[in-house]
Write a protein that binds this ligand. Structure first.
Ligand code: MRU
Length: 369
């Protein structure tokens, strides 16, 4: 997407230097820093430290990590070591394993001499495919927003609510949950987005920054405001992203998503999930029992990061000294609370039958663990 007139993807390969370049997201929205990632250790660290984050972007980064690994040593044993090192970085988003498996399955049958070029080509393909998927999600979600707009008095905005950042920064470009928003805005449909701040890491600030850069009207709210807004008829539709969705349509996403889904159900607000197919885990049915939930550093809860008056970025402690803090990073919204899944192929119900019918080619590939 465009920042100050320049088009950026969230990552790109620098052919001259043979390194990956990323936007270091730890400093956004206050500071826009580009960084080179040049060693396998640094690829893993970039994912662990959330310099890159968001399920599709983690997957694309891992694919470039495999490409770099092949440049260093294209042997089977090094390929497996790279797979392990990258797969260990974060446990919840399934796109990571999806991308790593795709790379390994494609590279393994090739002679070592061919692996270097093939791995980079595949990483580019995975990145480009992500952009295409997100554009299609945008078009399919736009149809839903259009329907809501058609029922409203002319000029009245469709009021959307989103949680976390499922925007272009979380993908290679366009985002998943935000793609329909950009499409609607660009099509001249008035929209307004309620953006949950998404404690503890406040990824909502990334979403607000993205939307603001694109001129999309939005309001940044505390996480607990959503239920109140829904009770007062101020939300027409919720659209969130997902880090892993099971074959029956249970949706794992950033912590707090489940509570939004409960509030949406209680208030008759449609709750949609933007779901690219690489985020479906066909090996898991019950998301609550089957998806590992990342437990992150308690410091993210006890402290908040922000821009200080002098423009530097700092941390302030919010919890009392000595109080233990817990930090589960994701939760699971059961499929019964999901109105629909906006995929690249169309919108479907969150049921095993509907997902299998939408992706007959993918759903048979892996057996249930
Ligand atoms: O911990 P993060 O910032 O990587 O979590 C990101 C999310 O939960 C997103 O909503 C999800 O990955 C979907 S991104 C298109």
């Amino acid at each position: 997407m465009n920042i100050d007139g320049t088009h950026y993807r969230s990552l790109w390969w620098n052919h001259e230097k043979a390194v990956l370049e990323i936007i270091d997201q730890r400093w956004l929205p206050h500071d826009f820093r580009i960084q080179a990632v040049a060693t396998l250790q640094d690829f893993a660290a970039a994912i662990v430290q959330m310099r890159v984050r968001g399920a599709p972007l983690i997957g694309a980064t891992a694919a470039y990590g495999m490409a770099l690994a092949m440049r260093l040593d294209a042997s089977d044993s090094h390929m497996d070591a790279a797979w392990d090192a990258l797969n260990r970085t974060r446990p919840t988003a399934i796109n990571l394993r999806w991308a790593l498996n795709r790379c390994r399955n494609a590279l393994r049958p090739l002679p070592e001499a061919d692996r270097v070029d093939a791995a980079l080509k595949l990483a580019h393909e995975i990145a480009d495919e992500d952009v295409g998927i997100n554009r299609s999600i945008g078009k399919n979600g736009l149809a839903l927003i259009r329907q809501i707009a058609a029922r409203k008095p002319a000029g009245e905005p469709v009021r959307l609510l989103t949680h976390c950042n499922a925007g272009w920064l979380a993908t290679v470009d366009w985002g998943t949950a935000t793609s329909p928003m950009y499409e609607a805005h660009d099509a001249g449909i008035p929209i307004h987005v309620w953006v949950d701040e998404t404690r503890p890491r406040n990824q909502g600030a990334l979403t607000a920054w993205e939307l603001g850069s694109h001129g999309v009207p939005h309001t940044y709210i505390v996480d607990n405001a959503g239920g109140h807004l829904m009770q007062h008829g101020m939300v027409d539709m919720v659209i969130v992203g997902t880090d892993r969705t099971t074959r029956r349509g249970d949706v794992c996403n950033k912590i707090g998503t489940y509570l939004k889904a409960l509030a949406a159900r209680d208030n008759g607000v449609p709750f949609y999930v933007a779901l690219p197919s690489p985020t479906i885990d066909w090996t898991v049915d019950d998301g609550v029992a089957g998806i590992p939930i990342e437990e992150r550093d308690p410091m993210e809860v006890s402290h908040v990061q922000g821009a200080l008056a002098d423009g530097t970025i700092g941390h302030a402690q919010v919890s009392p000294n000595g109080s233990p803090c817990g930090n589960p990073a994701f939760d699971v919204t059961p499929n019964r609370l999901v109105t629909g899944l906006i995929t690249e192929r169309g919108v479907c119900e969150a049921t095993p039958e509907a997902l299998a019918a939408m992706f007959p080619d993918l759903s048979k590939i892996e057996k249930i663990a």
